[in-house]
Design a protein around this ligand. Structure first.
Ligand code: PLP
Ligand code: COI
Length: 341
């Protein structure tokens, strides 16, 4: 298979149309067989539930070319399970988890020419999503839904790749205490758009959101969970019912304990204690692990000792081990890597 003529090492995190995507429709209480299509456009009724009441959820995972030339993806079963949680919370039908994984495999295979080569720094981002496609005008769940998976080759989420970024403590909230912060609902991201535009205008790469109830605890950013490292090399990551249960974070917790022999604390993290950490990073599928060099809280600067030039040493070890597992350089725990071809 010949790869597409793309300047892999210089692509950003953007949408680029590929050849095939997967579509399945839910009607009369059941999902149809689903198929791959070349049609990148969606036609829905003007009153579709997604357009009126934002009834939509999504997932994000990546396919990689490994050192020995296979195409693999990382823990797609966990994306399938999380999408089930999202669908249930949004009163949407569940797309069966085994079919989800099978559809991911179909889409990646059909777009193998877009999977960036090993060592290019780029990956194939896979975006499963589901939306209410039939009309609703009273506030209620729709009767019909569409599940789709598109994919697009991507580079680093933050410009500069592994360079530390500066973020701000946001004055906006991302999620309510008993709301939808723990699922991947499109509405959470709509909520965050004004906050991220504001942060970018002020020169920050991202927002640190606090818990909405007390505004004293660290939650997450718009698209990633936090990982901190203490001065004595303990990994600390915030625990909260209103953050997205990041698959990357859960994997890093395992990697830290089982591969690197580090102590890990998953607990509430107060904004007041952030200044005492040695390292800070954002973790997620898109972010991988993006180091944070500085956090600004209304003019007060928290500068991590790891600085603004490179990742801190523990963050770097976590990064290298995780990406080593994903790219086939380091043996993966059972079931983490799904070989596609
Ligand atoms: N938090 C938010 C709000 C996200 O959008 C994402 C991205 O999926 C994450 C965290 C990281 O989750 P994951 O590691 O499963 O990609
Ligand atoms: C992901 O990492 O897959 C996400 O969905 C985050 C998004 C901000 C791109």
């Amino acid at each position: 298979m010949e790869k597409k003529n793309i300047d892999w090492s210089n692509i950003g995190f953007g949408y680029q149309q590929t050849d095939k995507r997967y579509v399945s429709n839910f009607k009369d209480g059941k999902w149809d067989d689903g198929e791959l299509t070349s049609d990148a456009n969606v036609v829905i009724n003007e009153c579709a539930g997604v357009l009126q009441y934002a009834q939509t959820c999504f997932e994000g995972l990546k396919a990689y070319t490994t050192e020995d030339g296979h195409i693999v993806c990382f823990r797609p079963d966990l994306n399938a399970a999380r999408m089930e949680d999202s669908a249930k919370r949004l009163e949407m039908p569940v797309f069966p988890q085994d079919r989800f994984v099978d559809a991911v495999v179909q889409v990646v295979k059909a777009n193998a020419a877009y999977v960036p080569p090993y060592g290019s720094g780029a990956t194939l981002y896979i975006r499963p999503y589901m939306f209410a496609s039939s009309p609703v005008i009273g506030v209620k769940p729709a009767d019909e839904y569409q599940f789709r998976i598109l994919c697009t080759p991507v580079g680093p989420y933050f410009k500069g790749g592994a360079k530390p970024i500066t973020i701000k403590v946001s004055d906006f909230d991302r999620a309510a205490p008993h709301g939808t912060g723990h699922i991947k609902a499109g509405l959470n991201y709509a909520m965050s758009l004004h906050a991220i535009v504001t942060a970018h205008e002020e020169g920050f790469a991202e927002n640190m959101y606090l818990d909405a109830a007390t505004r004293t605890k660290v939650e997450e950013t718009g698209g990633a969970n936090f990982i901190f490292v203490t001065k004595d090399n303990k990994v600390v990551t915030p625990k909260s019912n209103s953050i997205l249960p990041s698959i990357t974070r859960r994997s890093l917790v395992y990697v830290a304990k089982e591969y690197l022999g580090l102590e890990v604390e998953e607990r509430e993290v107060f904004l007041d204690e952030v200044k005492d950490f040695a390292e800070c990073g954002l973790c997620g599928t898109a972010a991988v692990i993006s180091p944070v060099g500085k956090i600004v809280n209304h003019g007060e600067e928290i500068c991590f000792p790891s600085g603004m030039d490179e990742m801190g040493p523990v963050t770097k070890k976590l990064y290298e081990t995780l990406t080593g597992i994903q790219m086939g350089r380091i043996e993966a725990p059972e079931g983490w890597v799904k070989v596609i071809e």
